[in-house]
Structure formats: C-alpha cells, structure tokens
Design a protein around this ligand. Structure first.
Ligand SMILES: [Zn+2]
Length: 408
C-alpha cells in the first residue's frame, strides 16, 4: 500500500505529489493511486523533513508550577530542581515525559535527544522512567537518552555515568563547566564514552564568563587523541562573547575535530545576562563563526516550562524564529538547524523529500519558508517511517465586518 500526499509544496517552491511506502519516500512525482492506497490532500501545506529536537530535558519538563527559580539564572534553577527532585516518582516522570513528547510530536518532531539527570539527588529513577518511555514509543518517535551526570565527575559521578550507560542511557553527558576541574571532567566523560563506544553530548560553557572555554578543551583533546566517537557540545554560550579571532580559532578546531554544536536560544536567553541590566548580552553561541568554519549547527528547545525556562510550546519553529530574531540567521538556515543540521548532529540518516529517504516528514499549513517560520501554523500532519502519527487542525470563525453604507 502506498500513501499518496497530493499537491505538496516543497521548500524550493515547487509542487508535487509524493508517494510513501515501506517506511520510505517511494515516489516524488504524479500520484498513481490504486484501490487500497491512502490519499492525503496537502493543498495549502508545505512538506519538509520532520523536525529533530537535539536537546530536551523531558525528566524536568512541565514542572514550573512546582519549582520557583529565585534568582532566575542557571544556578538558581539547578538549586530548586535539586530540592524538588526527591518528590518525582516513576509515574510522574513517565506522565510528564509523555505529555511533553506528545507536544513535540504534534508540532512535527519525530526524533528527540533528551538529557536525563543521573546520580546525586536523582539517582537512576529518571533514567529508568525514560527508558520505559523510549521503549513504549519506539517506532512512533525516536527517543535517545543522554546520561546527564552530576559533578564533580571525578569519583562517584564518574561511577554514576558508567552505571547509567550500563542501565540503558544511549549517550554520555555532563557539565564540565560546573565541575571544579573542568579539563579533567571533559577527559573523564570522553574516556568513559570511548570505553562504552557511545556518543558524548556535554553541556558546555553555559556561561557568559569568557574565561570558561571548555569547548576548546574538548576539541584539543579530541584532536590530540584522534578521538573516534561522535561528540556534541550543547550551549557553548561563552564562545559568543569571545573576540572574532578567538571565535574563528575555536570554531576551526571544533570543525577539525568533527564536533557538532547545539544552540539553545530559549533557555539561554532566559537564564543568561541577568547581571547586566544595561545592554544585556544574548546568551547565544557564535552561530556565524561556527557555520563559517563548517561546523554542523543544530538548534533545540532545551527546557520546557520548568525552573530553567518557564515558557515554551515544544515547537521547533519557535526555536527557529528565535534564531532569526536573536541570532540573525536567515530563514532557510534557521530551518536547516531544526532539520538537516539537527539530524546530522545526532548521527541520524539524512531525510529529504526524495525517493529512498526515510519518510519522517511534516506538512505545515504554509505557503513558503517565510510563512512556515513566521506563522508557525499549528495545522500540521506528521509521518514517522511513512505512518501518520499525528494530525492537528485548528479552525477559526471570524465575525464579518458590517457592510459600508453607501450614501446616495
Ligand atoms: Zn540542557
């Protein structure tokens, strides 16, 4: 059986029919439906690869009403989350994670990498819940789990990271910039990931302090040791406040090491810069220097309505719009960071509207790329491996204006 998507408009402005079969795009061209085929009319919709969320925190999502961040910054968020973590049980983790996951799915995201706190106040409870969620949704949405280990990583936290990878985490994680020994923390995380043969995704330099630059430490260590496994650096805020020459030097090393970078504008615009009431700096990484050096750039939502970021829809297009407004990326480049760039950062197979591609697609009611990102219509149809996994339709009734009175 083939699913025919009729009259789909693509990002390049062309219109076509698209046939999906056996989990992949089978045909791009005129539909040739036979009895038994599904036909979906996409007139008025733009069809693109589905979105990828490269950096979520589903274990903390949707807790803002329980966690008041007193200072509004990163350390305030970490402190209050630590205080309330003991109150989260398995059922609560699963329910919130699945609620957040459904939000993402309805907005067209079919792959999510989520960080999960392990060790310290969290133990392995959140990981066990997220492993259950990952398995339950397998086939409908790809969920991968990063073990976000407490610090200092030398000692117990290092053992926690190994335990988490043994108990189902897919990726090694941590926060070297918060560690008393940032350089040692980088090396320990990468070494443990190497032992397990898994990718690494580190919270990196989530600070406006320019003297904290573990991004360069990571790149140097990878280059010095010919490190072979995939490495992603998330946040990289302090790169954004370096001089242009430092941004260029570090970006070139990051490119040479083959790392990818995830920028997280929502949470970092919220958490960073509070100590600068005048000319408040933007908590963004150096997106232009990184792209200029050829680094794979992905963009994600990070925290969803919790102490780290109290608002947000779970919609990749919300993140993309911020990259245009606050990061000065072009519309197509911003969309690329939500799709192609994010897929590459996660080491996933590329997706395009072309025969042979995995059929992970989203249709959004939009006329073109500008309309897609500018209006971010909630009217979306989402396919995972060729199967329709969600459809949202919003209807608005408008009052009609009174007819103008024409004087004789
Ligand atoms: Zn994060």
């Amino acid at each position: 059986m083939t699913t025919w998507l009729r009259n789909a408009r693509l990002l390049d402005g062309s219109s076509t029919d698209v046939g999906l079969a056996d989990g992949a795009v089978a045909v791009v061209g005129p539909a040739a439906a036979v009895p038994g085929d599904d036909v979906v009319d996409l007139t008025g919709y733009l069809l693109t690869p589905s979105f990828v969320e490269p950096h979520a925190h589903l274990d903390k999502a949707l807790t803002v009403s329980r966690a008041h961040n007193l200072t509004g910054d990163l350390l305030g968020a970490i402190a209050v989350m630590s205080e309330i973590a003991g109150g989260f049980d398995h059922k609560d983790y699963v329910a919130r994670a699945e609620a957040a996951l459904r939000l993402h799915l309805a907005y067209g995201t079919t792959t999510i990498r989520t960080h999960v706190n392990v060790g310290g106040d969290f133990g392995m409870r959140a990981l066990a819940a997220l492993v259950e969620v990952r398995e339950r949704w397998r086939g409908l949405l790809d969920l991968e789990l990063v073990a976000l280990v407490a610090h200092p990583i030398r000692g117990q936290a290092g053992r926690d990271l190994r335990q988490a990878l043994a108990e189902g985490a897919d990726v090694a994680g941590g926060c070297p910039h918060l560690d008393p020994e940032p350089t040692a923390a980088v090396r320990i995380c990468l070494d443990i990931a190497g032992d397990f043969g898994v990718p690494t995704d580190l919270h990196t330099d989530e600070t406006l302090n320019p003297s904290m630059l573990t991004l360069e430490t990571m790149a140097d260590y990878m280059l010095d040791t010919a490190y072979e496994h995939a490495v992603t650096a998330s946040h990289c805020v302090s790169l954004g406040v370096q001089t242009p020459s430092v941004q260029r030097r570090v970006s070139e090393k990051v490119a040479a090491a083959g790392m990818s970078v995830v920028t997280l504008p929502q949470t970092n615009l919220y958490l960073q810069g509070r100590e600068h009431p005048t000319a408040t700096p933007r908590g963004l990484t150096a997106v232009h220097a990184l792209r200029g050096a050829g680094v794979t750039l992905a963009a994600g939502g990070d925290n969803l309505r919790d102490a780290f970021h109290p608002v947000g829809r779970g919609d990749a297009l919300e993140v993309g719009a911020l990259l245009v407004t606050a990061g000065h990326l072009g519309v197509r480049d911003a969309i690329d960071s939500l799709t192609t760039g994010a897929r590459a950062a996660l080491g996933r197979e590329p997706v395009s509207v072309a025969a042979g591609s995995p059929a992970d697609l989203v249709a959004v009611r939009a006329a073109d790329a500008n309309d897609l990102l500018g209006a971010a219509s909630p009217d979306r149809i989402v396919w995972k491996a060729g199967r329709q996994v969600s459809r949202t339709t919003v209807h608005t009734d408008y009052i009609s204006p009174s007819p103008l009175e024409v004087s004789a």
